[in-house]
Design a protein around this ligand. Structure first.
Ligand SMILES: Nc1ncnc2c1ncn2[C@@H]1O[C@H](COP(=O)(O)OP(=O)(O)OP(=O)(O)O)[C@@H](O)[C@H]1O
Ligand SMILES: [Mg+2]
Length: 313
């Protein structure tokens, strides 16, 4: 039985004939309402994967399905926040967002389109800058316009490429909180790239760990077993937080390049729950309680984490 809203199967991308692929054998699923982050070193292919999910780039191998339909081009069902903000420079902030809203809701009257756009512009703290052009904005402000634009089309799936990277810590916190609220209210499905492990632990239900490129792959899927009620203020008090954080950092510092050096195994990624070592709960028990996931049969402890599911290759 397949519950995945988005399904990625055997994805690979090679830009230059004769050169090794940037990544290969990338397979994963995202359930409806799930928030998934992907972490990996610069150049491993995260943006390329996101572009393929957005339908903006075609893979050299593999398939992507969203809501059981193959993704073969861009669609307003998927809202994208780009790594570079990608605004239309001749349009004001308001016009950049209303352009998207009008494409999404062509039957709405102008006043309704503007009110809807302004709601999201205010959400990212740019109410006073609605009439400014992108050239008059800072990098962080431009990025916030991109976020408002993606949210404003209320997509079935949000694809975000380091959306908060250019923001100051205060603004980032406000928008992360807002994002969590919107996702909880609307059961928004999200795929997000980040370099910030704390951000991933705060936001994500599942964190995909990508090995270094070339021939990068998703090496591991880390289930966030902390309560979904976690907040920026409280998550540091949960002992699970440190175990998950250490696991992610160990991957980035040590294992991501060891996995690349060891070469491709052709195996699907293992799913791990490093946080559970702090709980004393059974694997399945804790996962059901905290993330609502059916996790399958526990398999014995490996290092400081437990492998809970090893899908067939
Ligand atoms: N259009 C292109 N033509 C050729 N090579 C490309 C192209 N786009 C990306 N690449 C290469 O593919 C690899 C992956 O690029 P990508 O932008 O997906 O990485 P990334 O993981 O998002 O990195 P970062 O964290 O720095 O944003 C890089 O080596 C890059 O040079
Ligand atoms: Mg990138």
């Amino acid at each position: 039985m397949d519950h995945d809203f988005l399904r990625v199967e055997g994805l690979g991308k090679r830009y230059l004939a004769g050169a090794p692929p940037v990544f290969e054998n990338v397979s994963f699923g995202i359930r409806r309402g799930e928030f998934v982050c992907i972490i990996g070193h610069s150049g491993c292919g995260k943006t390329t994967i996101l572009n393929v999910l957005a339908g903006l780039e075609s893979p050299s191998q593999g398939l992507v399905f969203m809501d059981k339909r193959e993704v073969s081009g861009p669609s307003l069902d998927r809202g994208v926040v780009f790594q570079s903000h990608a605004l239309m420079p001749w349009m004001s902030v308001l016009a950049n967002v209303t352009f998207a809203v009008r494409s999404r809701y062509p039957h709405w009257i102008r006043a309704k389109i503007e009110a809807h756009a302004l709601r999201f512009i205010r959400m990212v703290g740019l109410g006073d800058a609605a009439d400014k052009k992108p050239s008059e904005l800072s990098g962080g402000m431009k990025q916030r316009v991109g976020i408002a634009r993606a949210f404003s089309i209320e997509p079935k799936m949000l694809l975000m490429d380091e959306p908060f990277g250019a923001l100051d810590a205060l603004t980032r916190g406000v928008i992360q909180d807002e994002l969590l609220r919107i996702c909880a209210d609307t059961e928004q499905t999200v795929f997000m790239i980040t370099h910030d492990v704390d951000e991933a632990i705060l936001l994500a239900d599942k964190i995909l760990l990508m090995s270094n490129g070339p021939q990068a792959r998703i090496a591991e899927i880390v289930v966030n077993t902390m309560s979904r009620k976690r907040t920026r203020a409280t998550m540091h008090h949960d002992p699970q937080f440190y175990l998950i954080r250490n696991h992610l950092i160990d991957f980035l510092v040590n294992r991501s390049h060891q996995i690349q050096a060891a070469g491709s195994t052709g195996q699907a990624p293992v799913t791990v729950t490093p946080g559970l070592a702090a709980t004393g709960l059974e694997d399945g028990e804790a996962s059901r309680e905290t993330s609502g996931e059916a996790t399958g049969t526990p398999i014995p402890v490996t290092r400081n984490f437990r492998i809970i599911k090893t899908p067939p290759p």
